[in-house]
Design a binder for this molecule. Structure first.
Ligand SMILES: *[C@@H]1O[C@H](CO)[C@@H](O)[C@H](O)[C@H]1NC(C)=O
Ligand SMILES: *[C@@H]1O[C@H](CO)[C@@H](O)[C@H](O)[C@H]1NC(C)=O
Length: 238
C-alpha cells in the first residue's frame, strides 16, 4: 500500500513538473531579444512539426492528423455533410513569417502546408448550378494552403490567454475526389468529377469555408492549451 502511494506521489510530481514546462523541442526565446519575432519564427519552424503530433502530457491533441468529426457545409444550394473528417499534412508546414508585439499583445503567424481532407460525405443539391448527389468517400487535396492567423493575447495570472483571433487563407489548388456520386452512375460521376476539378476555385468557395475555419480553430485551440499549461515566463523568458 505504502509503495503504491509512493509511486502515485512520484508519478503525480513528475506529471506536475512536466505540466508547467515547455517541451524540450520548443526553445523559449527571450523578451529582450531585439529580433524576438525571428527567434520565435525559428522555434516554430523547428519544433512545430513535433507540436503537431500532439503533446499528451500537456493535453495537446494531434494536429496531424487532426480529427474534425462532423463538418456541415452551410450553403443554401447544397446540403453537404462530412463525417469522420480527418485532415493530414498540417505538420509538414512551412513558416512564412511570425511577428509578435509584446507591448500590444498581438502576434501573427503565416504558414503554408499541403493538406488532404478525407471524410465520408453525403450531399444533395447543386454545385456550379449542376445537380450533384451522392454518398461515399470524399478526398480533397489542397496544394499550398496558406493560413494567416492574427491573434491577441494578454497575460492573466501568469499565463497567456488568447482573447481573440482573425484568420485568412488561400491556396494554389484543390483537387476533389468523390466516390459513389449519383448512386454509382459512372458516366455522370466522372463528368461531374471532371467539371468540379476544372473549376476548383468556385467549388472550394462553395463547399469548404467551414472546413477551413474548423481546421484553423483546431490549430488555435491546441496553441491555447500550450499557453494554458506553460506559464508565460517560461514561454517567453524575461
Ligand atoms: C536582427 O535582425 C536584423 C534585420 O533582419 C539583422 O540585420 C540583425 O543582424 C539581427 N540581429 C541579430 C542579433 O540576429
Ligand atoms: C506542396 O507540394 C508542392 C508540390 O506538389 C510543392 O512544390 C510545395 O513546396 C509543397 N508545399 C509545402 C508547404 O510543403
Amino acid at each position: 500500500m505504502s509503495r503504491l502511494l509512493c509511486l502515485a506521489v512520484a508519478l503525480s510530481c513528475t506529471l506536475d513538473a512536466r505540466a508547467g514546462t515547455l517541451p524540450s523541442f520548443l526553445r523559449a526565446c527571450s523578451a529582450s531579444d531585439p529580433n524576438l519575432s525571428q527567434c520565435v519564427e525559428k522555434v516554430i519552424a523547428v519544433g512545430g512539426g513535433k507540436f503537431a503530433k500532439g503533446i499528451p502530457e500537456l493535453g495537446i491533441a494531434s494536429l496531424d492528423p487532426v480529427h474534425l468529426g462532423r463538418v456541415v457545409v452551410d450553403n443554401p444550394a447544397l446540403k453537404l455533410t462530412f463525417d469522420d473528417t480527418v485532415v493530414t499534412g498540417l505538420g509538414g508546414f512551412v513558416v512564412n513569417s511570425y511577428k509578435i508585439d509584446t507591448e500590444k499583445g498581438k502576434a501573427t503567424l503565416d504558414f503554408t502546408a499541403n493538406v488532404t481532407l478525407k471524410a465520408h460525405y453525403d450531399m444533395d443539391g447543386q454545385v456550379l448550378i449542376l445537380p450533384i448527389r451522392g454518398n461515399g468517400e470524399a478526398k480533397i487535396k489542397i496544394t499550398n494552403l496558406n493560413i494567416v492567423i492574427k491573434y491577441d493575447y494578454k497575460t492573466v495570472d501568469g499565463y497567456w490567454t488568447v482573447t481573440g483571433y482573425k484568420d485568412s487563407y488561400n491556396m494554389d489548388r484543390a483537387q476533389f475526389k468523390f466516390t459513389n456520386l449519383f448512386n454509382g452512375n459512372k458516366e455522370l460521376a466522372s463528368t461531374i468529377n471532371r467539371v468540379i476539378n476544372d473549376n476548383w476555385e468556385p467549388v472550394i468557395r462553395d463547399i469548404a469555408p467551414v472546413a477551413f475555419e474548423t481546421i484553423i480553430s483546431a490549430c488555435v485551440n491546441e496553441a491555447k492549451k500550450l499557453f494554458a499549461a506553460v506559464p508565460a515566463d517560461r514561454l517567453l523568458l524575461p
